[in-house]
Design a protein around this ligand. Structure first.
Ligand SMILES: O=C(O)c1ccccc1NCC(=O)[C@H](O)[C@H](O)COP(=O)(O)O
Length: 212
């Protein structure tokens, strides 16, 4: 099975080129200002033009206003909107309708009950991203290098395509895919040499391990 790979938090040409050349299917730009991976829309647009027609550009937002999304879309040709905050199914539906783009909803997972929102989101989103539930009071809702129990995904019927995320690295991604039965994976910290700084070698190793 071909596994989709998303490299999230791309901020510079080294990361962008490495991700595209390694064969990533999705490139994530973080439009959440408190994140060390935040990229300004104009910078994301410049990175995007390096590989026209390449992988899907994903815009990551946390509880965005319509204006936040419109500002980014005026500069960057996104193919997917990732919602990584406390958005409701109604808000996800409104964003999808207003901008005419597919939406991926991130859900934080630590236990069985965390899958409950899947049923309400499934009719109004195009993909799910299952990430570790962020630590209470932690600084970021994602990108925390925190894995969750992959076996919670095994054999689970998810009605839309989905990505597994949280603490993935070149060393553990193959096992994570096998254990979770994941059709796709998403990584940020595990391909960085310092917080917010992507490493081309780690990106190549991650994509090769995920797709190998
Ligand atoms: O990466 C961030 O800085 C971030 C900030 C706010 C919300 C979400 C964020 N990242 C979400 C992602 O898509 C990450 O790739 C995912 O959480 C996995 O991160 P990691 O465990 O660091 O690989």
């Amino acid at each position: 099975m071909a596994v989709d790979v998303k490299i999230c938090g791309i901020r510079d040409a080294e990361g962008m080129d490495a991700a595209v050349e390694a064969g990533a299917n999705l490139i994530g730009f973080v439009f959440f200002p408190p994140s060390p991976r935040f990229v300004a829309p104009r910078a994301a647009a410049a990175l995007s033009t390096r590989h026209v027609g390449g992988p899907v550009r994903v815009g990551l937002f946390v509880d965005p206003t319509d204006e936040d999304i419109a500002t980014v879309l005026a500069a960057v040709p996104l193919g997917l909107i990732q919602l990584h905050g406390e958005e409701t199914p109604e808000r996800a539906a409104a964003i999808r309708a207003r901008f005419g783009l597919p939406v991926m909803k991130a859900l934080g997972i630590a236990e069985e009950a965390d899958f409950a929102p899947v049923a309400a989101f499934a009719p109004v989103v195009d993909r799910f991203l299952f990430d570790a539930r962020p630590p209470p009071g932690g600084p970021l809702p994602g990108g925390n290098a925190q894995p969750f129990e992959w076996r919670l995904m095994a054999g689970r019927a998810i009605p839309k395509p989905w990505l597994l995320a949280g603490g993935l690295t070149p060393a553990n991604v193959a096992e994570a895919i096998r254990t979770a039965g994941a059709p796709g994976v998403d990584v940020s910290s595990g391909v960085e040499r310092a917080r917010g700084v992507k490493d081309a070698g780690l990106i190549r190793a991650f994509v090769a391990a995920a797709k190998g």
